[in-house]
Design a protein around this ligand. Structure first.
Ligand SMILES: Nc1ncnc2c1ncn2[C@@H]1O[C@H](COP(=O)(O)OP(=O)(O)OP(=O)(O)O)[C@@H](O)[C@H]1O
Length: 265
């Protein structure tokens, strides 16, 4: 086991947000975390990344409590792309990716040609090499998102934590990015909103509801018509294909047979 949450709980003030969540992330798997808005996905990702401490329970990285490791040690093994990751400084696209090399640099290990090659490869990987010299302020939301992923790849982590990585991306780039991430052969934990993306790309899916882990298993095991209706309040039909794959068709709210309409507040 390389990354584990053991009975972690987290509260914002007196309000419990995550309750007794336990999950072992397996080496090399693509684990999706899904759940409705506010169910605790981002909070769990922040705990797994070690940037937030659980109130009770612990996060273990290869059996060692993550709180005992230095930021540098963690950053060499684990890269986190946050949902609202932002870079405000006046830097170029390439310089944003170069930041991924920070955990490896020091007085005795200055920037080298090897670092340049890693940054080039990361830019190439996300299809952004042609915009390497463009200023950050002149990039679209989708281009910035791809650079955040490139920065994380330049970090050469074993584990990639992604909070809604397909935000801002058009459909081709959404699929391309998830495919790219999967092809890296890393251990990936990704908070996802699109249930079909979760079904297509994840080895296993964890479902959060109101801060609790209510299901953990293969897409086929956890994505059932009943559970999607209970948790996400939509009616769906699920088509099963070969090799355990499935895809989800949504019924529009308000049509016959649809679940309760979403309350808009
Ligand atoms: N620092 C905070 N202070 C107060 N409440 C917080 C804080 N962080 C998160 N919350 C609350 O905790 C709940 C879970 O938030 P979280 O961002 O983890 O959910 P999520 O599943 O990622 O949601 P979304 O799908 O909308 O991104 C929400 O109700 C949110 O308002």
């Amino acid at each position: 086991m390389m990354l584990s949450a053991r009975h972690v709980s987290w509260s914002a003030g007196a309000v419990p947000i995550l309750r007794e969540v336990s999950v072992d992330v397996r080496r090399g798997e693509f684990l999706g975390v899904i759940g409705p808005n506010g169910s605790g996905k981002t909070s769990l990702m922040a705990l797994l990344a070690g940037i937030r401490s659980p109130k009770t329970g612990e996060i273990l990285l290869d059996g060692v409590p993550i709180a005992r490791l230095s930021r540098r040690e963690v950053a060499r093994r684990l890269a986190f792309v946050e949902q609202q990751a932002e870079t405000t400084e006046r830097i170029t696209a390439r310089q944003a990716v170069e930041l991924g090399r920070t955990p490896y640099l020091g007085a005795l290990s200055p920037w080298s040609a090897a670092d340049d090659a890693i940054v080039d490869a990361a830019l190439e990987n996300v299809g952004m090499r042609h915009l390497a010299d463009r200023g950050w302020h002149a990039l679209s939301g989708g281009e910035r998102q791809r650079l955040h992923i490139a920065r994380a790849l330049a970090q050469e982590p074993e584990i990639l934590l992604l909070d809604e990585p397909t935000n801002h991306l058009d459909i081709a780039h959404q699929l391309g990015l998830l495919d790219l991430v999967r092809r890296q052969g890393l251990t990936v934990v990704a908070a996802l909103h699109d249930l079909n993306h979760a079904a297509m790309f994840c080895d296993r899916i964890a479902i959060l509801e109101k801060g609790r882990l209510i299901a953990l298993g293969t897409p086929r095991e956890v994505l059932t018509v009943e559970r999607i209706r209970e948790v996400f309040r939509v009616d769906v039909a699920i088509d099963h294909h070969g090799a355990g794959e499935c895809s989800i068709r949504y019924h529009a709210p308000g049509k016959a047979g649809a679940a309760t309409r979403l309350k808009v507040v």
